[in-house]
Design a protein around this ligand. Structure first.
Ligand code: PMP
Length: 397
């Protein structure tokens, strides 16, 4: 008997990279493949405290259903934080809480995409978003980028030539996977173009608060005069991914679609997770916590980049991230990062994520992504030394 799956599942891959990640899980492997926050920095004691307070003070509310848009006091905290940190001007009712921002990505696909519609994204872009959108069978055009993010002339050309573009997906701050950030001028130009063509934008910003140097830049959402920008936020990188608290801030007409889709998908985000996070904002100093993350991650970033400078052979380049969790490595043309991984890096017990899956239309096999947030200094140094050896072997062959 042949089982007949929906056509959309043909597009849903992700297994190749999963298989590869399994190999990186061996305890002797120093893996720079993940994208995880450092668990030693989770505020566990504070969460024990707030969970007790929530259950003691308000247990019968915490264990009950809540509204689809989410627990109002949490939305108030998040709206205020956006306004303080990102220059926006939003209120709690502009926000809807989701199960991590990953769920927002799925919802955006569901809300906007019919088969063969076009999604624009940066080249490269976040693999998890490509996978989420792929379920809705779109075509992708990945807009060329340089060290300052998406190239606006290229974007305009693509919009001029394609009338089925339904939305543009971007990560302007410390992008996953490249670590790049768009400067202010580019943000302004982007909004000019978007306003001209009236194309919705998904601005995904999980890393914006994790800046290690330079000035904070205003979000695209803060420059949005036509209600086109859907801002995707998450507490995953600044507090904890395990709580699964993300949100979207969007114009009422768009948010109404999110509300209907959220109801149909899973009714609401976890009441108790939302109440605990709201309580954390009430009684603890979130800024002090984020400051600590910035200190530790910023230091690890510098350790990694210094080690790369010392151990990577000539001809290998990498980005200099001012924040976030990743740097992006470009090998000389002709060296395939998946082959490097299998044949050279894993035998040296070191791992990364090959770059090709971050390009929705493939190619760029000579790239890979490195994470620096999740490992102590000595391991970073040793891992980069081993990786340097592996790359030299591949180049010398
Ligand atoms: N967007 C980007 C760019 C990410 O890097 C991640 C996490 N790796 C997510 C969205 C999803 O995060 P979460 O669902 O945990 O909020």
């Amino acid at each position: 008997m042949a089982i007949r799956f929906a056509e959309r599942t043909n597009n849903m891959e992700g297994s190749a990279i999963r298989e590869l990640l399994k190999l990186t899980q061996r305890p002797e492997v120093i893996s720079f493949a993940g994208g995880m926050p450092a668990p030693e920095l989770f505020p566990v004691d504070a969460m024990i405290d707030v969970s007790r307070q929530v259950l003691e003070e308000n247990g019968r509310v915490a264990m009950q259903y809540t509204t689809t848009e989410g627990y109002a006091p949490l939305r108030e905290h998040l709206a205020k934080r956006m306004n303080d940190k990102l220059n926006t001007n939003v209120v709690a009712d502009d926000l809807l809480i989701t199960n991590g921002s990953q769920q927002c990505l799925d919802f955006i696909g569901k809300i906007f995409l019919d088969k063969d519609d076009i999604v624009l994204c940066e080249s490269p872009s976040y693999l998890g978003a490509i996978n989420a959108f792929n379920a809705y069978q779109p075509k992708f055009i990945d807009v060329p980028t340089d060290e300052n993010g998406m190239i606006m002339e290229e974007l305009e050309k693509i919009l001029e030539e394609n009338d089925r573009v339904k939305f543009i997906y971007v990560i302007p701050d410390f992008q996953n996977p490249s670590g790049r950030t768009w400067p202010l001028e580019r943000r302004k130009k982007f909004m000019e173009i978007v306003n001209k063509y009236e194309i919705p934008v998904a601005e995904d910003n999980p890393y914006g608060e994790l800046r290690y140097e330079g000035e904070y830049l205003p979000s695209l959402k803060s420059m949005d005069t036509k209600g086109l920008v859907m801002f995707l936020g998450t507490l995953s990188k600044v507090l904890s991914p395990g709580y699964r608290i993300g949100w979207v801030a969007a114009a009422p007409e768009i948010l109404a679609k999110f509300n209907v889709i959220k109801q149909a998908a899973d009714l609401q985000a976890s009441t108790i997770s939302q109440m605990e996070m709201a309580k954390f904002f009430d009684v603890y100093d979130v800024d002090a916590h984020v400051e600590k993350l910035r200190e530790v991650y910023g230091h690890r970033r510098t350790v990694m980049l210094d080690a790369m400078k010392e151990h990577f052979p000539e001809g290998v380049t990498y980005t200099y991230p001012n924040g976030g969790l990743f740097t992006w490595v470009i090998l000389p043309e002709g060296i395939d990062a998946s082959v490097l991984q299998k044949e050279k890096a894993l035998p040296h017990n070191v791992a990364f994520v090959p770059g090709e899956p971050f390009f929705p239309n493939g190619g760029h096999a000579n790239t890979f992504r490195m994470n620096y947030s999740n490992m102590p200094d000595d391991k970073i140094k040793e891992g980069i030394r081993l990786l340097g050896l592996a790359i030299k072997e591949a180049i010398d062959e």
